[in-house]
Design a protein around this ligand. Sequence first.
Ligand code: SF4
Length: 159
Amino acid sequence: MSNKISVGHVHMSGCTGCLVSFADNYGGLLTILDKYADLVYCLTLADVRHIPEMDVALVEGSVCLQDKTAVEEIKETRERAKIVVALGGCACYGNITRFSRGGQQNQPQHESYLPIGDLIDVDVYIPGCAPTPQMIRNVCVMAYLLLKGNDDQKKLAAE
Ligand code: SF4
């Protein structure tokens, strides 16, 4: 069994600012976690078409209900990831996608864009627009301890 955790970045509707933070962090992950994490899914960085089984899915953006592919993709992510993380304000609570599209600022578009927690169970929320690379890194470390650590580390990470 691999001693690394597999991490994926799943992109819904957002501005990709979270991805920039994630990419910054990925440099940090390479340095700090090097031996501990594999990036197995990220459409921007690798040509992988189907969502694979993975330990941690970092989901950026809210879900556009009019886009059936997006709705299927978020459900598939839940089925295939052990830990689903809502990465950033759009994934956590809708953020700009709910309040600034297709009309005046602050005009709600609740019927079109939903935070991912309205459609699937979410294990961890990382707020922020965009979240800091440090927060993303900390969640990855926690996930590593939870999935690969010894019993004490698993208990600590679960608290
Ligand atoms: Fe962009 Fe902020 Fe939404 Fe991330 S949370 S996708 S940075 S608007």
